[in-house]
Design a protein around this ligand. Structure first.
Ligand code: F6P
Length: 378
């Protein structure tokens, strides 16, 4: 029988984190289990910094609330922790401290709410004897073995609203409007919002683009009387024979994704303006996509994931990731999710190095986009 559990939220935040926390806490309380929350993800685990979560006090009013009430860290890798000593940077494996902290406090299970990086550390902790249960979070929707991550639906809704708004101004001024959205190495947000928002072009990391083909689509539209065009570009999109646009390389530590993307939208807009002669403008949607209130879909999905995660813990099923497969709640060994993910943030999915879920050429969304006449840059 489990008695005490803890939750941590790690990596970039996503709408629905608080709703998952709420569902875990409520399910725990209904089964006589005490629930705690580590402050700032793996940082809290390392520093043994946590609070008690109770639906009557600390964990109340959470369903609609964006962000995470227990904070998050996306620059902490306890297995290669960056330490500065006498002006020298060293990377130390401090994971044993985390293991000791969990044992000392008597936590029977740690719920790790996060994406592939978070789940990799969770798997590594499970190999040291800690019970973990992962919950797939990220607006990018790139976690392997689940149909959908929580936060993604909200990000698509935000991007779609932006496209609706860009549409009317593009039409008024006869402009090409480029919208840069998040997604890193997977184009889910770009492709779904392009379909939902009626875009003419969608450039995604999975299909390196030919700018000539994009310009052709836009000039053809103009020649046919449509004097404006809408282009959605994923931050990780890259031209054929070209590279992704990196805004900054961070020095947060080994085993973390130290690359900050951004700038591809501006690049595409400038090229299109030159090639088509049409005025082009860029909007970078940025963090608006992951802040704020979750959609009803994400509230329900987060509630499902949280309740299922706690149910699994009650049944003694550990070291798994809660998933949604073919519309049903399910779980897979956490090992399968990270696969051979030895290098966080390796530049593409489904390789030896990373197991993130990218869009396959055979995905329905690609077929739909092509049939709707959305140019995918190829
Ligand atoms: O993983 C979600 C995400 O929003 C990516 O799409 C984006 O590249 C990244 O986080 C940026 O996060 P941060 O600036 O917090 O590191």
């Amino acid at each position: 029988m489990i008695k005490k559990v803890a939750i941590l939220t790690n990596g970039g935040d996503a709408p629905g984190l608080n709703a998952v926390i709420r569902a875990i806490v409520k399910t725990a309380e209904n089964n006589g289990v005490e629930c705690y929350g580590y402050i700032e993800g793996y940082q809290g685990l390392l520093k043994n910094n946590f609070i008690k979560l109770e639906s009557k006090s600390t964990a109340s009013g959470l369903l609609h609330r964006g962000g995470t009430i227990i904070g998050s860290s996306n620059s902490t890798n306890v297995f290669q922790y960056k330490v500065e000593e006498n002006g020298k940077i060293e990377y130390k494996d401090l994971s044993d401290i985390c293991v000791e902290n969990v044992r000392k406090e008597g936590f029977d299970c740690i719920f790790t709410l996060g994406g592939d990086g978070t789940q990799k550390s969770a798997r590594d902790l499970s190999l040291k004897g800690i019970n973990v249960i992962g919950v797939p979070k990220t607006i990018d929707n790139d976690v392997a073995h689940t149909d959908i991550t929580f936060g993604y639906n909200t990000a698509v809704a935000v991007a779609t609203e932006a496209l609706d708004r860009l549409h009317t101004t593009a039409e008024s001024h006869h402009r090409v409007m480029v919208l840069e959205v998040m997604g890193r190495y997977a184009g889910w947000i770009a492709l779904e919002s392009a379909i939902a928002g009626g875009a003419d072009v969608a450039l995604i990391p999975e299909i390196p683009y030919d700018i000539n083909k994009v310009a052709e689509t836009i000039t053809k539209r103009r020649d046919n009387g449509k004097k404006f065009s809408i282009v959605v570009v994923s931050e990780g999109a890259k031209p054929k024979d070209g590279e992704m646009v990196i805004k900054k390389v961070l020095e947060d530590g080994k085993g973390l994704d130290n690359v900050r993307l951004g700038g591809i939208g501006e690049q595409v807009a400038e090229q299109l303006e030159k090639m088509t002669g049409m005025i082009s403008r860029t909007t970078v949607l940025g963090y608006v996509q992951r802040g704020g209130t979750p959609t009803p879909y994400d509230r329900v999905l987060s509630s499902k994931y949280g309740a299922k995660a706690m149910e699994l813990a009650l049944n003694g099923t550990f070291n798994v990731l809660v998933t949604l497969t073919n519309g049903r709640l399910n779980y897979v060994p956490i090992e399968d999710v990270i696969g051979k993910n030895k290098e966080i943030g390796a530049r593409s999915g489904g390789t030896e190095l990373t197991n993130i879920k990218t869009i396959k050429q055979t995905d329905d969304l690609i077929m739909v986009a092509r049939n709707l006449g959305i140019n995918l840059g190829d």
